[in-house]
Write a new protein. Structure first.
Lengths: 116, 113
């Protein structure tokens, strides 16, 4: 039933490690996103893919690399983790940039990443 | 790029009172303005949105108004209830790009019983 799911829900790791977060949506949406929510609750877009094609790539360190194997999945890989990467990462999806019926973005439950 | 400012950052009201949250945006080409509610430890969820071809939209106890000339929009919640307590985010985007939502910094609303 879950529309947008993420794994894992919690991730605690040490500085310098490499980790991945997975996201899947079963809504048939064309567009998926990664957002970072910092400790002050500010939501900032990182990446967006439309039909497996990267369409938004904000100014984030190149240690962050998204990968979309198909339009239902968007994973986020982070290399050489730093303390400042600690945040909640949300995946989201929407119908798509070319479909004007709805722009609502559906968010996943979030992954709380803690780097020690 | 777009910049969205949101005020106030915190808002405390008594149950039954009204609450108003205001946002301003900088990009005059923005024409889609959603509001998201995020309860503690949960995901953001859309509660209402408005497009620039209308000035007001209402859904039960919540309403959004838009002033394109002044580039600001507001969320109004009437007859507040304790379950309305959450962080509320405004956002703005251009429909032509569809996907780039720029969020405000959020308003922590607390409704006291």
């Amino acid at each position: 039933d879950t529309a947008v799911s993420q794994t894992p829900k919690y991730l605690v790791t040490q500085m310098g490690n490499d980790k991945s977060i997975k996201c899947e949506q079963n809504l048939g949406h064309d567009t998926m996103y990664w957002y970072k929510q910092d400790s002050k609750k500010f939501l900032k877009i990182m990446f967006s893919y439309n039909n497996k094609e990267l369409i938004i790539n904000e100014t984030v360190p190149n240690r962050f690399s998204p990968k979309s194997p198909d339009k239902a999945h968007l994973n986020l890989h982070i290399n050489s983790l730093e303390l400042g990467d600690s945040a909640v990462y949300f995946c989201a999806s929407s119908q798509g940039v070319l479909r004007y019926t709805s722009y609502e973005q559906y968010f996943g439950p979030g992954t709380r990443l803690t780097v020690t | 790029g777009e910049n969205v400012e949101q005020h106030p950052s915190t808002l405390s009201v008594q149950e039954g009172d009204s609450a108003v949250i205001k946002c301003t945006y900088s990009d005059s080409a923005s024409n889609y303005f959603p509001w998201y509610k995020q309860e503690l430890g949960k995901r953001p969820q859309l509660i209402i949105d408005i497009r620039s071809n209308v000035g007001e939209k209402k859904d039960q106890r919540i309403a959004v108004t838009l002033n394109k000339t002044a580039k600001h929009f507001s969320l109004h919640i009437t007859e507040t209830q304790p379950e309305d307590s959450a962080v509320y985010f405004c956002a703005a985007s251009r429909e032509t790009s569809g996907s780039r939502l720029t969020f405000g910094e959020g308003t922590q609303l607390t409704v006291n019983p």
